[in-house]
Design a protein. Structure first.
Length: 326
């Protein structure tokens, strides 16, 4: 079998939306490669990319690949992609002078192209992500997340995901109830549970992501502590679960984490505030540096106090606290 490989080069701030477009168009796999020039050298193993070749991607740009099965109408597909990517400018997201290329590759090449982007990765003081096809021996005190990302975005290799995992590592002390909004592959929900959260409600609007997150929770033996639901943002809280299966958390909760776009973070800040206990934490990532002032202002106007600001490769994550007594 052959596969159509679409390669998009765009500015880094558009990466989340471009990957979303590829998933919405039924890509069977998506991979993101960032500029090697943007990787910061480190004396530790944190955020180390294993066996990564140098690339020629300019600083501030990314290369996004999507794979589609033989028989796909690639003319219609590329036309739709070009229109959607160009349309991002209307929402304040600059894809730059982006390019889109198409190639046809064999099944074996598709498998290797996908897997070469994803190796064991240390993302925080305690957390390491291991793709299921890679052998890995953890060190003392190291917590390993086993992951088969499948078609759902979220391998931990992107800066926004790593920022969230670091914030969760810092925030979780054990016994918390957590909500993960836009769970994707389930990586943040699994990380929260492995760090000691008592129960995690993982929400995503995409049924493919819901299936992937459920599979990954089971892969890590956490299906009893992670409740994965199809939901538009926090809509599942209003429904309260189903008659035969109530939600596994009882809002207000201790932590809400969301690795999504700045525009969506701003859209449901008040809902997050209401879903948190007094003193609860909101970890918000997916914020490109140009949108930082807007999100900071939105959080503070909603009543949150920003207690941590983390940055990596021009992406920002805020940890914001709901005041005690409210």
């Amino acid at each position: 079998m052959k596969w159509h490989e679409l390669t998009i080069r765009s500015r880094a701030e558009a990466v989340e939306m471009v990957t979303n477009f590829l998933h919405e168009l039924d890509a069977d796999g998506v991979a993101v490669e960032e500029s090697w020039a943007d990787r910061k050298p480190s004396e530790s193993r944190l955020d180390e990319w294993v066996d990564r070749p140098l690339n020629d991607i300019p600083s501030g740009w990314v290369e996004i690949k999507g794979w589609f099965p033989e028989g796909t109408d690639t003319n219609a597909l590329t036309e739709t992609l070009r229109e959607r990517i160009a349309g991002l400018r209307a929402y304040g997201i600059d894809p730059g002078d982006f390019s889109l290329e198409e190639a046809v590759i064999d099944e074996e090449d598709w498998a290797e192209s996908w897997k070469r982007y994803f190796k064991p990765l240390r993302v925080s003081d305690r957390l390491t992500i291991r793709p299921i096809w890679e052998p890995y021996e953890p060190g003392p005190g190291e917590i390993v997340i086993d992951l088969d990302p499948g078609m759902a975005f979220g391998t931990g290799t992107h800066a926004t995901t790593a920022l969230c995992l670091n914030a969760l590592d810092r925030a979780i002390r054990g016994g918390e109830e957590v909500i993960d909004v836009g769970t994707g592959s389930g990586i943040l929900a699994i990380g929260a549970a492995k760090l000691g959260a008592r129960s995690v409600l993982a929400l995503d609007l995409d049924p493919v992501a819901v299936s992937s997150a459920k599979a990954n929770a089971a892969l890590n033996g956490l299906q009893d502590r992670i409740d994965v639901r199809e939901s538009d943002l926090l809509g599942a809280l209003k429904a309260g679960g189903t008659n035969d299966r109530p939600l596994n958390v009882s809002p207000p909760v201790d932590i809400v984490v969301a690795n999504i776009l700045a525009e969506i973070i701003l859209r449901f800040i008040d809902d997050v505030y209401a879903a948190l206990k007094p003193g609860g934490l909101y970890i918000a990532s997916g914020i490109y540096v140009s949108r930082e002032p807007d999100v900071r202002r939105g959080l503070e106007e909603a009543g949150f106090a920003i207690v941590h600001r983390d940055e990596r490769e021009d992406w920002i994550a805020f940890t914001a606290r709901k005041p005690e007594g409210r």
